[in-house]
Design a protein around this ligand. Sequence first.
Ligand SMILES: Nc1ncnc2c1ncn2[C@@H]1O[C@H](COP(=O)(O)OP(=O)(O)OP(=O)(O)O)[C@@H](O)[C@H]1O
Length: 610
Amino acid sequence: MEKKQFQAESKRLLEMMINSIYTQKEIFLRELISNASDAIDKIYYKALTDSSLTFDQDSYFIKVTPDREARTLTIRDTGIGMTQEELENNLGVIAKSGSLAFKKEHEAKDGHDLIGQFGVGFYSAFMVADVVTVITRAVGHEQGYKWESTGTEGYTIEPWDVAETGTEITLKIKDNTEDETYDEYLETYRLKALIKKYSDFIRYPIKMDGTDGEEQTLNSMVPIWRKNKSELTQEDYEKFYAEKHYGFDKPLKHIHLSVEGAVTYRSILFIPETIPFDYYSKEFEKGLELYSNGVLIMEKCSDLLPDHFSFVKGMVDSESLSLNISREMLQHDRQLKLIAKNIAGKIKSGLQSLLKDEREKYETFYKSFGRQLKFGVYSDFGAHKDQLQDLLMFHSSKEQKLVTLDEYVSRMPEEQKYIYYATGDSIERIEKLPQTELVTDKGYELLYFTDDIDEFAIKMLMKYQDKEFKNVSSGDLGIDADDAQTEEEQQENQDLFDYMKSQLEGKVTSVKASKRLKKHPVCLSTEGDVTIEMEKILNAMPNNPSVKADKVLEINPQHEVFHSLKAAFETDKDKLNLYTALLYNQALLIEGLPIEDPVNFTNDICKIMV
Ligand SMILES: Nc1ncnc2c1ncn2[C@@H]1O[C@H](COP(=O)(O)OP(=O)(O)OP(=O)(O)O)[C@@H](O)[C@H]1O
C-alpha cells in the first residue's frame, strides 16, 4: 500500500475548502448524492455510444445508510465507479472535476445533465467526517479499490475486493464539540429532511431503510415542472403549492413555463389568493426557489422577482446558471438577469389573462395585491409603469365596481378631455364630495381613489392612452360649463372675494365663483401640483416635510348663501367675517382636513343661532 502526498497547494486548498467555502455543513449530503447521481448518469451517456452497455433505468439507485453505533454514514451508488487512475485524478487533485471532463468529452446534452463542475463538492464531506472511505469498482473492470483519507493528511489507495460495480462512500462522523453537534447526520429523520430539501428531484431513487427495516424511496424524482402541462391537473399544481408551503390558501392561478432560447429554464409560478400576514411589513422576504438541474440552490432568490410582483410564489430550474463554487450563491450573471426579465413579462401576461378570462379571480387578487402594483407604478421614478398600467383598477362612479383604465378610456365621450378622479378615505365619503358635482352632472365617469398611494401612482403615470388624469378638486377641470356666466359673477363680485381672501389671512390663495358646484355652497380646490389629498398624506409622514397645497375657496354663486354674503358685504362686515370663517371651516371638514380652532368654530355657530 503506497501513501501519496497531496500537492502543497492542494493541502492549503483543502483546508480552505473545509473551513470556508460553505456556510452550511448540511450541504455535504447534497454534494455526495449529486456525485452519485452523476455517476449513474455517466452510465446512461456511455450506453448511448457503447453497444456493450445497456441502460435500464430501474436497476440504478442511491442508498443512504446511517449507523449510529459505528458513527458512520454510507452513501452507495450503482453508478460508473472509478478506476485507480480516476481515484487519483478525481479525488487526489482538488478542483479537478471528472464530471466536467466527462461532460466535455461526451458533449452531454438532452436533459440528463451532470451536476458536478468544480471538482470540490466531494471534499465537503470533511466538514462533518474525520475519515472518508471510498470503495469503488469501475464499470467494465474486475478489480476494485479502496481510497481513504483523513482530510489534509493525504490519502491511501489499495486494491479491494468489490462485489458489484459502483461506489460506496463511508463517512466517519465527527464527535460533537461544544459548538457543533454532528449526531444529527446519523438521525434518520434529519437525513430524510435533508434529502427532501436538496435532492428531491434527483432522477434516481434515493433509498433508506425505515425504522421497520423496510427500504423506502425518499425522493420524488420527477419534478412536476419537468412534466408536460398536458399530463398535469389543477389538483397536481395545488398539491405542489401546498407541499412546498408556498401558502395556506389555494393559488388563484399557476403559470407553468418551459423556456428555451437566449435563456433556458423551467418554472412554475403561482398567484396567491390571500395576503401573507407579514406581506406589507419589513419582515416579508420575496423570492423564488432556485434549482440548478433539479438540485436546490437557494430557497428565496430575490433577484428573480421585481418588487412589484413580490407576491408571486414558485420556483425556477435552470441549467444555464453560473453558480459560485459552493452553489450557495450565483455569480451576478447575465443569465439570471435575463431569466428575471423574462419571468416578469410572463407574470404580467399571466395577470392580464386572469383579468380577461377570470375577472372575479382577478378582482380577488387585486383586492389583496393591487396596492403593491400601484406602489410599483410609483417606485423607481416610474420605470415599471408601462408594465403595470394595464393591470390597475379603480372603483368607478358609473359601474359601482372596479374598472381598468382601458375600460374607462374606451367609454369616454368624445368631448371628454380628461380621466377624472376624486380622492377620499372611502367610497361613501367621495360620493358626497361637492367637487364631484360638475363632472357627474356632465355624465362623466369618475374614478375613486381611496388608497394613499393612488394619487402618487397616477401622478407618476401622468397619462393613459394619451389622456391626462384630472383631480375633480383641481383648478381647471377642462369642462365648458357656463363659463361666461361664472366669469361675470366673478368680475361683479371681485371686491367681495378679495375681502374674504384677506380675512382668511393667507389660508387660501384665492376666493372664487365656482363653476363646479351645483347644490353645495362651498368647496376647496387646489392650484398647482400638490393636491389636498397629497398634503394630508405627506404631512402624516415621519419628519413631515410640511407641504401645503395652494387652496382655493370656491363659492357657489347660485346658492342662497351667496346672496347672504353679498348682503353682508354691503351692510354688515362683522357678519361677513363670521360667514367667511364658517364657510372656510365647512370646506375643510368636507375635505377631511382638521379645523385649526374647533372651539372658535363652535362659538361661531352659536353666534348665528342666537
Ligand atoms: N460516487 C462517485 N462515483 C464516481 N465518480 C465520482 C463519485 N464521486 C466523485 N466522483 C468523481 O470525483 C470527481 C470530483 O468530485 P467532486 O464532488 O469533488 O467534484 P464535482 O462533482 O466534479 O464538481 P462539484 O464541485 O461541482 O460538485 C467527480 O467529478 C467525479 O469524477
